[in-house]
Design a protein around this ligand. Structure first.
Ligand code: NAP
Length: 355
């Protein structure tokens, strides 16, 4: 469709609003909405927390009394197709029709069962002009976690790791090796605040004893997930401190659950990544960040079960060690973070058919 810079500006505002819901709305999508009357925003809102009002509802509720009479002459911009189903809240399509909004501009479709084009169709059948595709690529990227969860019945998987300038990932003897700077560390904690779960392998739990919580950014901490084939990780490790919900996948007969600690038996075979993701989806985990180590990352890469990778390249060289995993695609973007560089990768095979 023809896009005007003006409609793109309003849609961009929808995306900025939507992102304010990161980490609070899962497994729902992040959505932002803007109500525009003659070039002026008279209402705006976003989906703020799971089970609560959707973006469209919040945008309409924010309109000042002096502007209410303009609603039937306004355009509603929404980053994702409005829902057409009774979930935790009534359908947004109903509200748009009731408020007599004549024009709705969307970035992309919502592939959730029962929506997937039905929201747009309901509006058109009621005489609303519906335009789809403004900043479509960015909108689809924003909604990829949600659309991956509903279409593929698994969490959206982000691989995250660091390597030295010459590609070293870990020392030869599996000790901890701190590679990145303070900016990268802070950013990692921001990502933790936006993710439902973090996953590591047993050797990383032993070598690094990570807390796997968000301590350097606003917001909450994700579910901690650890692969512990033999169930032999020492209870003194931070992941067993009971401070944050933790799930251990093991091949052994699991012990009874304890405070904030649960176990799930699973065969540690070639299907491990797929089975772990299936179980996490059953627990309504819609985004997962895999934080290492090498074997664990390689397992997800080999299975093709990853959507995005965020790789820090530290500014220093390390003489010897185990090399970082290789990704099958080149990076799409590079950003500088002081002495570190952040490379962003996307698994193009997984985002196919989600558009
Ligand atoms: N640079 C970074 O960003 C970064 C991040 C995290 C960790 N690290 C470093 O990485 C090193 C640890 O890496 P690692 O490769 O040794 O271990 P790892 O990936 O942390 O742990 C391997 C664990 O996962 C299980 N596992 C994973 N995939 C499996 C599969 N396909 N089949 C069976 N079991 C599977 C293994 O079981 P079994 O061992 O029982 O077979 C083992 O429990 C440490 O030195 C740590 O400091 C670096």
């Amino acid at each position: 469709m023809a896009q005007s810079p003006v409609s793109e500006r309003f849609m961009q505002r929808c995306f900025d609003l939507a992102r304010l819901g990161a980490g609070k709305v899962s497994p729902n999508p992040m959505v932002g909405a803007v109500l525009e009357y003659q070039g002026r925003i008279i209402g705006e809102g976003f989906h703020q927390s799971y089970g609560q009002a959707h973006a469209e509802v919040n945008a309409l509720a924010s309109v000042l009394p002096a502007d209410v009479s303009f609603i039937p002459h306004s355009t509603l911009y929404v980053s994702l197709e409005p829902c057409d189903i009774y979930g935790n809240t009534p359908p947004c399509t109903q509200l748009i029709i009731q408020k007599k909004i004549p024009r709705v501009v969307l970035s992309c479709f919502d592939h959730s069962p029962g929506v997937d084009g039905a929201g747009a169709e309901r509006l058109r059948n009621a005489g609303v002009e519906v335009i789809v595709g403004v900043l479509g690529e960015e909108g689809r990227r924003l909604s990829l976690p949600r659309n991956t969860f509903v279409r593929r019945q698994r969490p959206y998987v982000i691989l995250k790791y660091a390597q030295s300038k010459n590609g070293v990932f870990a020392p030869p003897d599996n000790r901890q090796l701190w590679l990145t700077n303070e900016y990268s560390r802070r950013l990692t904690h921001k990502w933790r605040s936006e993710t439902d779960a973090l996953l590591i392998g047993a050797n990383t739990a032993l070598a690094d004893d990570p807390k796997l919580t968000n301590r350097h950014y606003f917001g909450g901490s994700p579910l901690r997930v650890v692969l512990d084939r033999e169930g032999t990780l020492p209870r003194a490790l931070s992941v067993f401190d009971g401070q944050s919900p933790t799930l251990i996948f093991t091949e052994m007969n699991p012990p009874p659950p304890a405070k904030n600690l649960d176990y799930c038996p699973v065969p540690f075979d070639g299907q491990l990544a797929g089975n772990v993701l299936k179980e996490l989806a059953r627990r309504k985990i819609s985004t997962l960040m895999v934080e290492g180590g090498i074997r664990t990352l390689q397992h997800f890469i080999k299975a093709g079960l990853w959507d995005e990778a965020r790789v820090f390249i530290a500014g220093s060289y390390v003489a010897e060690g185990r090399m970082a995993p290789l990704l099958p695609e080149p990076p799409l973007e590079a950003r500088r973070l002081g002495s570190d560089e952040l490379l962003l990768f996307r698994n193009s095979l997984q985002s196919l058919n989600l558009h």
